[in-house]
Ligand binder design. Structure first.
Ligand SMILES: Cc1cc2nc3c(=O)[nH]c(=O)nc-3n(C[C@H](O)[C@H](O)[C@H](O)COP(=O)(O)OP(=O)(O)OC[C@H]3O[C@@H](n4cnc5c(N)ncnc54)[C@H](O)[C@@H]3O)c2cc1C
Length: 457
């Protein structure tokens, strides 16, 4: 396979954007290939997003789910890890532009695998983020942990009953898997872990509200499992409000529109946003230079071989890609990445890119935990819930955590938490709670003084 930009003596250059499920899988799958891989990502770690809610609620430490990518790949000699925020992909010149603290880097590629994932969507109301952080990064999870535990601390110091009530009301927006997991874990934190730790307030009186504009809990998992999860949460005291559309979010609470058109207010200090996703803006960047289109969630509509129309050397995989029948889940990214890596390897041996078999997704099922010892699972036509589903969830998440040591420490932390209801990671700092606004201000200043110099690495 040869592409413009490669010389006869060059090894084939693969650039991978992102170190998530798609990016890391693709890079590892190219370990034995005769290629040079440069993986560019905006964080230094690979993130196991399915367990972010456990970081946010003090069960595990961030290091358990966010190992440094550089350390994972240290023995893979053909791979180089580069920190940088990719801001532009130039399809015509086959280069990737990335930025790191005011410096701009331009990296050429022969084959590109873009796996930049998705961010939180506030459906056009990005200002909600200031008061209702999403759950997409370690920063988000630590900020949420600081806000949740900080609300209990402030309530302990308050002599005003209305303020105490506001501080002890926790609202989770979005009743998908993340929302269900967060609501369940905040309830367990209040009812068990923190019980008896305060003198002025009773943590068990905290209200946890899970609301969604849709009429069901866990819609993708079907009515039966959705109702099962709903019943379990309600038994734990979580208030579930369905058909409730959030129309405004501010420091003191949220405004909700009910199905009958009336508006009401929920006074609450802590809000968690888990209502929607929006694909990386790199999808739009690619669409603007090609025949490809993006869907409403900003995902790029790729060809059956996961490439961009007119660019058989540019693969887009994972949450960024819109492919019929492939859900925005870890397996979609992992399988897409393996497919792209296999295509590269086959074509280095002479296979014709025009003759690629289309990507085929193998559905391994989906699961969500609701509480300690309770989960729901759907594997093909089989649906089940309760303790067995929870055990299956536990085993599967351990298998997919990167690194043996990490599997072991996580298992230990889980054993302590699930058997004793104690949590070992309840540390919070002021920086976690309040740094977001300051960082945004600093980014604005940095943009004004940006060094226009370009460097090639
Ligand atoms: C809270 C939560 C819980 C989840 N639970 C589950 C679950 O239980 N089971 C399941 O199957 N799926 C779950 N998912 C979905 C799953 O995590 C995603 O489908 C999967 O991570 C998609 O992989 P990806 O490689 O496409 O993107 P990601 O894993 O998100 O990786 C994207 C990568 O790109 C990098 N990046 C983004 N933009 C840029 C840029 N401009 N420049 C450089 N780098 C960039 C990011 O830093 C990251 O490394 C969950 C997701 C979340 C948020």
């Amino acid at each position: 396979m040869s592409h413009p930009g490669a010389t006869a003596t060059d090894r084939h250059r693969v650039v991978v954007v992102g170190s998530g499920f798609g990016g890391l899988t693709a890079t590892k799958a190219l370990k034995r290939a005769d290629v040079d891989v440069k993986m560019i990502a905006k964080t230094t770690h690979h993130l196991f997003q399915p367990l972010l809610y456990q970081v946010a609620t003090g069960i595990i430490a961030s290091g358990e789910i966010a190992p440094p990518t550089r350390m994972i790949l240290r023995k893979q000699k053909n791979a180089q890890v580069l920190l940088g925020n990719v801001t532009h992909i130039d399809l015509a010149n086959q280069t990737v532009r990335s930025e790191l603290l005011g410096h701009t880097y331009v990296t050429p590629y022969d084959t590109l695998i873009v796996a930049a994932g998705a961010g939180q969507s506030y459906f056009g109301n990005d200002h909600f983020a200031e008061w209702a952080p999403g759950m997409k990064s370690i920063d988000d999870a630590l900020e949420l942990r600081a806000r949740i535990l900080g609300a209990f601390e402030q309530a302990e110091r308050s002599s005003d009953p209305a303020r105490r009530e506001k501080l002890l009301t926790f609202t989770v927006v979005g009743a998908g898997p993340t929302g269900v997991e967060m609501a369940g874990q905040i309830a367990e934190l209040a009812d068990h872990t923190l019980k008896g730790a305060f003198r002025h307030i009773d943590s068990t009186t905290a209200r946890v509200i899970l609301l969604d504009a849709a009429p069901a809990v866990l819609p993708p998992m079907g009515e039966k499992l959705g109702n099962k999860a709903k019943a379990r949460l309600e038994k734990m005291g979580v208030e579930i409000q369905l058909g409730a559309m959030v129309t405004d979010v501010d420091r003191n609470g949220i405004t909700v529109k009910d199905p009958d058109g009336t508006f009401r207010r929920i006074d609450c200090a802590t809000k968690v946003w888990s209502a929607g996703v929006s694909a990386s803006p790199l999808g739009r960047d690619i669409a603007e230079q090609s025949e490809a289109e993006v869907d409403r969630a900003g995902r790029l509509k790729v060809l059956p071989d996961l490439t961009v129309p007119g660019h058989p050397n540019v693969f887009v995989v994972g949450d960024m890609a819109a492919v019929e029948g492939v859900p925005g889940m870890a397996q979609g990214a992992i399988q897409g990445a393996k497919y792209a890596a296999n295509a590269i390897k086959a074509e280095l041996k002479g296979a014709n890119p025009a003759e690629r078999e289309p990507f085929q997704y193998f559905d391994k099922g989906s699961m969500a935990t609701v509480s300690r010892f309770s989960a729901v699972a759907k594997i093909g036509p089989i649906e089940f819930g309760g303790f067995i589903a929870w055990l299956a969830w536990l085993a599967l998440h351990l298998v997919y955590l990167v690194g043996f040591r990490r599997k072991l420490t996580t298992l230990l932390l889980w054993t302590v938490t699930f058997l004793s209801k104690k949590r070992g990671n309840l540390t919070i700092t002021e920086q976690q709670a309040y740094a977001r606004t300051r960082i945004e201000e600093l980014e604005e200043i940095a943009a004004l003084v940006q060094d226009p110099a370009k460097e090639a690495v």
